[in-house]
Design a protein around this ligand. Structure first.
Ligand code: GAR
Length: 200
């Protein structure tokens, strides 16, 4: 049975695109399909990517909604879509507890660093890469992990390193890391799907 994915985004959606491409032409073909894309930001370009592919996509305006309403609506949409797994693909809001509870060990998050380093509250997007450059790290990378109640604390599913040059600025680090994000997110989804089959 093909597993159904709900993909949550907040912005550009390049990780969403990597997952879409993988379900169409790559390792997720016949393994998983995206049943809904939900954005916390109505202006997210990722919504257009989903629309172009004919994938159901909905914006919930996080900044202008009551937080309880937002959390309830988010869970309702994910459940209605019949999602087996929830993929946080550049979703920059904290995932509410009602969803963590309902989808325990079924929520995957991609983080643009080698966790447990450079994770935690406030460590997202460019903040991560700026911190990595400031610390003069020789390596960074990407991590896919299960989301739990904390910030970037759930168990790690997959990681991949990239080498950094001394001269890399945070934008160059982001580019290098994003390339491996696009590789490992589909791989991590496949791994979780395969392991869930072994549990049955
Ligand atoms: C990605 O680098 C992702 O790892 C990061 O946001 C970017 C979204 O890019 N997520 C976090 O920092 C979460 N803590 P995308 O919209 O092009 O996929």
């Amino acid at each position: 049975m093909i597993k159904k994915l709900a993909v949550l985004i907040s912005g550009n959606g390049s990780n969403l695109q990597a997952i879409i491409n993988s379900t169409k032409y790559g390792i997720l073909k016949g393994v998983a399909e995206i049943v809904i894309v939900i954005s916390s930001n109505p202006k997210a370009f990722g919504l257009q990517r989903a629309e172009k592919e004919g994938i159901k996509n909905i914006a919930l305006d996080y900044d202008n909604m009551d937080k309880n309403d937002y959390n309830n609506k988010l869970l309702e949409l994910i459940k209605e879509a019949g999602a087996d797994l929830v993929c946080l693909a550049g979703y920059l809001k904290r995932i509410p507890e009602n969803i963590i509870k309902e989808y325990k060990s079924r929520i995957l998050n991609i983080h643009p660093a080698l966790l447990p380093k450079y994770g935690g509250k406030g460590m997202y997007g460019h903040h991560v890469h700026e911190a990595v450059v400031k610390a003069k790290e020789k390596k960074s990378g990407a991590t896919v992990h299960f989301a739990d109640e904390g910030y970037d604390t759930g168990s790690i599913i997959m990681q991949k390193e990239v080498d950094l040059d001394e001269t890399d600025n945070h934008e160059e680090v982001a580019k290098k890391v994003l390339l491996v994000e696009h590789e490992i997110f589909p791989e991590a989804i496949k791994k979780v799907v395969e392991e869930s089959k072994n549990d049955n």
